[in-house]
Design a protein around this ligand. Structure first.
Ligand SMILES: [Zn+2]
Length: 620
């Protein structure tokens, strides 16, 4: 059967038994912040100090009497909320415990992380900030009226914690500095109000703006990360124009000047042993790679480079053009984490894992760093969408040609349902009782949200929805409702039920064949809706002579029909199935004796939690 989508799905999964089958509306306003920072890092003590000037513009219709900053490094102290949560949760992140004990609780004063405001003023008037764990509460000297800007100036000092989670010093692969969430970061204020979430486990949400960062560090260190380097002829280390001479200033340190426009985060990493390669994507951005000079990883990190270019082209083609001139893959952190124009990934992996991690984190450049969803509230929108598109990308990149590239994604969701520990996806990401339930919900169930939406509206319509969503909401903070409204406009269907049941409840899908009966020259098929969540149905009939037909049962509340997904197979569009009706009958042409198999959802894209009742075959 011919599938017309470029990325070739849905797949009509074949029955192994049948030999003959081989053949919410985002605000129209958003806040803005422009950061200018001058920071100095002591590579011996891992302490740093800096000055931050922040121009904050209140585009909201509200008068603000206070602002909040995230001081993330304060999480890495014994007794912090992150530490206490780590001790209380029954399935802690294995990276954060040692011998069954919280690694944070064991940090000595010179190993902890901290970030402190030494002074803070608003347009020259001193402010009195109140630290509350990882949040700095700042009453303003003068209320900030709608449409006004104010300049907030801060002197700050910090200590880089021993690497526990995401950022830190001396990670498990000896990368000296993985500097993410390292600076005083103003919290976002949107149509829901302030988002001054404490840093407990996950994840991030920030204000869009421009960053201008000057970073002074020991000359031997190679720095990579979010911004465009402004002074490559001074820094060298692989940034200088090919064939030119570098003119570093005298003295033991170098000042690196970076600018990152239209981002909501700024990451950097540094190590004296970093190798630095670059590769230009055809008609696209310049890719930078920073990795340790260790013989056992060099080959993988070289082979990773063209794969990164391929992935960049895949996402640009299928979601929308990557909007920056640069992207950096940096060895560091504790697994893989996405940042603006960059990622930190651990690098001592087998090749497929290295490419898989890169492909996942790079996809976040779209689903988080250009479409800036609130990761704390809707982690399925960045992790799930990323999982979906990176599965498709990996299928192409590694030439896997899996019959169903989403198989593991669905398996994970089914295991979540079977665990009995599922919480609705609308749960705040810190408020899951179990880490594993968060993971399966955000990544797997979030990915299934898209793949299954492709089943509902058609795969071409889904891919069109992604492109349209990207185009409309890039550099903004789209909400779940923004996404589903986009899908509604593209498909012409009503889809509120889909968003609601899937993301705000733990309702499951289960349809089953309850009866197959011969009726003259036809066959009467009786179907039952067993699960609470409604879905439209595709039913495949395979005849004894090998020919196939499909029957399509639209869901009434969907108020629309998808195109025939199976080219070359005759399709009969039936009457709508109203959700409240528990059963539905279909008259299939041909006597039962001529039928070899009947299959509800041959694509396996509908997340039916019990597929044992989806297939019928005549008893031998
Ligand atoms: Zn991710």
């Amino acid at each position: 059967m011919i599938l017309k989508s470029e990325i070739r799905w849905p797949f009509l999964l074949l029955l192994a038994l049948c030999g003959s089958l081989q053949a919410q509306q985002a605000c129209d306003w958003q806040q803005r912040v422009d950061y200018t920072m001058d920071v100095s890092m002591d590579v011996k003590t891992f302490r740093y100090s800096g000055k931050q000037e922040l121009i904050y513009t209140n585009n909201s219709p509200d008068t603000l009497s206070r602002v909040f900053y995230h001081m993330y490094f304060n999480a890495f102290q014994p007794g912090s909320e992150m530490d206490r949560r780590l001790q209380a949760i029954s399935d802690p992140d294995t990276r954060m415990v040692e011998g069954g004990k919280s690694r944070i609780s064991a940090l000595s004063p010179d190993q902890i992380g901290y970030l402190r405001a030494l002074s803070l003023s608003q347009d020259g008037q001193p402010l009195v900030p109140q630290p509350e764990g990882t949040i700095l509460v700042v009453p303003l000297a003068r209320p900030l009226l709608p449409g006004q800007s104010t300049t907030l100036t801060m002197d700050f000092e910090g200590q880089v914690p021993l690497q526990i989670r995401r950022s830190g010093r001396n990670n498990s692969e000896d990368v000296a500095l993985s500097m993410s969430q390292w600076y005083p970061k103003i919290a976002e204020y949107d149509y829901e109000g302030w988002h001054a979430d404490p840093y407990i486990a996950r994840e991030f949400y920030g204000v869009w703006g421009d960053f201008d960062v000057r970073l002074t560090i020991d000359k031997k260190y190679v720095v990579g990360g979010s911004g465009y380097l402004q002074n490559p002829q001074e820094t060298g280390h692989g940034y200088q124009a090919p064939g030119t001479t570098v003119n570093p200033p005298k003295g033991p340190t170098l000042t690196w000047h970076f600018k990152a426009p239209d981002v909501h985060d700024f990451m950097w990493a540094a190590d004296p042993e970093f190798l630095h390669d670059t590769l230009r994507v055809k008609d696209g951005p310049l890719l930078h790679f920073f990795y340790k000079n260790k013989p056992e990883i060099l080959d993988n990190w070289k082979k990773l480079q063209p794969k990164t270019a391929e992935a960049m082209e895949f996402y640009s083609r299928n979601i929308g053009p990557y909007p920056y001139r640069q992207y950096s893959v940096v060895q560091g952190g504790d697994g893989g984490m996405e940042y603006a124009m960059s990622t930190l990934i651990t690098g001592e992996r087998k090749f497929s894992s290295l490419v898989g991690t890169m492909a996942h984190e790079l996809a976040h450049s779209w689903f988080q760093h250009v479409l800036g969803t609130n990761e704390s509230e809707h982690p399925w929108m960045d992790e799930g969408f990323t999982t979906f598109i990176s599965n498709l990308c990996m299928n192409k990149l590694m030439d896997q040609q899996a019959q169903n590239p989403f198989e593991n994604m669905y398996k994970g969701y089914y295991s979540l349902v079977q665990s009995g520990r599922e919480q609705p996806q609308s749960t705040h990401s810190d408020r899951y009782e179990y880490n594993f339930a968060y993971g399966l919900s955000a990544y797997n169930k979030g990915g299934v949200f898209l793949a299954q939406l492709g089943y509902v509206i058609g795969s071409d319509q889904l891919m069109q929805t992604l492109r349209s969503y990207f185009n409309k909401y890039k550099f903004r903070h789209p909400t779940p409702n923004d996404f589903i409204r986009t899908a509604e406009k593209v498909s012409g269907m009503e889809l509120g039920w889909y968003l609601n049941d899937w993301t705000r409840t733990t309702n499951t899908i289960d349809y089953g064949i309850v009866d197959v009966k011969e009726e003259g020259n036809n066959t009467r098929l009786t179907l039952k809706r067993i699960g609470l969540m409604p879905m439209p149905l595709d039913i495949l009939v395979v005849y004894q002579d090998g020919h196939k037909a499909t029957y399509y049962v639209p869901l009434r509340m969907m108020r629309g029909e998808k195109e025939n997904p199976y080219f070359g197979v005759e399709r009969t569009v039936l009457e709508d199935w109203p959700w409240a009706f528990p059963t539905y009958e279909i008259s299939i042409s041909g006597p039962t004796s001529e039928i070899q198999a009947i299959i509800v959802d041959p694509s396996h894209l509908m997340a039916d939690v019990d597929r044992t009742n989806n297939e019928w075959q005549p008893s031998p």
